[in-house]
Design a binder for this molecule. Structure first.
Ligand code: CTP
Ligand code: MG
Length: 230
């Protein structure tokens, strides 16, 4: 395998980047939109490649952009680029197929979490290595959360202390993620959700404010500010 980072690494990181970025507004596919002059995907790949456990990175690009993304990432890091699918989970399945069986840990990330620090990649991978089959980085929920009825009447206040906001990268034993994908794709859950359904315990580790997802235009402004500390 030529697209290899650290030959002694035991981790493959899948970076889905094939979405269009509808919520960010009109423009190029989201992963190719610029943040401080560089595409979001370049920011994301550079940080993942800096994590010492990472042996390979696989990126899913929009079908029409596969060659362009390969050229874009060539100077950044050795990366395998595949064509993404209609839903995020289709893109993840396409990337998973490119990971050799001997790589024991697979992390599923988001190009849109472009400023995720290498330390978070390492801590998720370390928790899988320590024996947890599925690991997600989380943050406490800061807002008060209400359950509301169809007419917008409040039904109750949810106990925030038992809630967590979930980030990526989500980490899995390779066999556990592969089995969840074989069991069937569900576009409405995250990767850990698919594993949860199979009855496998999912463990939380502390997330990072820097792993925020760039979704709406305001997030680009916030990310630009965060770059000063990231
Ligand atoms: N993604 C993907 N393939 C898809 C859809 C999404 O690889 N078919 C990727 C996106 O490129 C992104 C990540 O999954 O890095 C998280 O998705 P999201 O933030 O929802 O990005 P988009 O789908 O591009 O944005 P939107 O939902 O606003 O269109
Ligand atoms: Mg989306």
């Amino acid at each position: 395998m030529t697209a290899q980072l650290n030959a002694r690494g035991d981790v493959a990181v899948l970076i889905p980047a094939a979405g269009s970025g509808v919520r960010l507004g009109p423009g190029a596919p989201k992963a190719l939109r610029l943040l401080a002059g560089e595409p979001l995907l370049v920011h994301a790949v550079r940080r993942v490649a800096a994590a010492p456990s990472v042996r390979m990175i696989v990126v899913a690009a929009p079908v029409s952009e596969v060659d362009a993304v390969r050229a874009l990432l060539e100077p950044v890091a050795p990366v395998v680029v595949v064509a993404g699918g209609a839903e995020r989970q289709d893109s993840v399945a396409a990337m998973l197929a490119a990971v050799p069986a001997e790589v024991e840990i697979v992390l599923v990330h988001d190009a849109a979490r472009s400023l995720t620090p290498p330390e978070l990649v390492e801590s998720v991978a370390a928790a899988v290595r320590a024996g947890h089959p599925a690991v997600i980085p989380v943050l406490p929920v800061v807002d008060t959360i209400k359950e509301v009825g169809p007419d917008e009447t409040v039904l109750g206040t949810v106990d925030r202390s038992v809630l967590r906001s979930v980030q990526t990268p989500q980490g899995f034993r390779h066999d556990v993620l592969a089995a969840a994908h074989r069991a069937g794709l569900d576009a409405h859950t995250d990767d850990a959700g698919m594993v949860e359904k199979s009855g496998t315990p999912v463990t939380c580790v502390p997330g990072s404010e820097l792993a925020m997802k760039i979704t709406r235009p305001l997030d680009l402004v916030i990310a630009e500010a965060l770059l000063r500390v990231a």
